[in-house]
Design a protein around this ligand. Sequence first.
Ligand code: HEC
Length: 114
Amino acid sequence: MKKTFAFLLAVLVLGNGAAFAASAENGKTAYTKHGCWQCHGFLGQGSLVTSGGTVLSRTALPYDVFKNFVRNSNRTMPPYREAILSDADLADIYAYMQSIPKSPDANSIQLLKP
Ligand code: HEC
């Protein structure tokens, strides 16, 4: 029984890997340190000039696709291999991007009302 429990725990912790351990707070640091903000903006909001309008905040891309792009990009964005950006930092960056709150609805902003 004890062994089964330990095994299940190991599967939970190790099997889920990055997603389980990801921290948005560390992700913010890694995002800054690795310069993603230079093209994607500090909140992943993107820019027509530097990221071709690509928005990263709350990206709909599943983590695997996100990771695969960052590791192997061969377009405008330089690829970030594991030697310079660890899997753990990349998972945290993804968590940070998912944690960015949505902009408020323009109709809810008093100053914008006629
Ligand atoms: C030199 C500018 C630049 C930097 C620095 C940069 N990117 Fe990008 N990124 C781009 C551009 C431009 C695109 C649009 C695709 C293309 O043309 O390469 C893009 C696309 C992406 C995409 C694909 C998103 C989608 O919805 O298709 C992901 C994911 C991404 N970047 C993550 C990152 C992360 C994480 C970092 C930091 C580790 C980073 N980028 C740093 C320029 C940059």
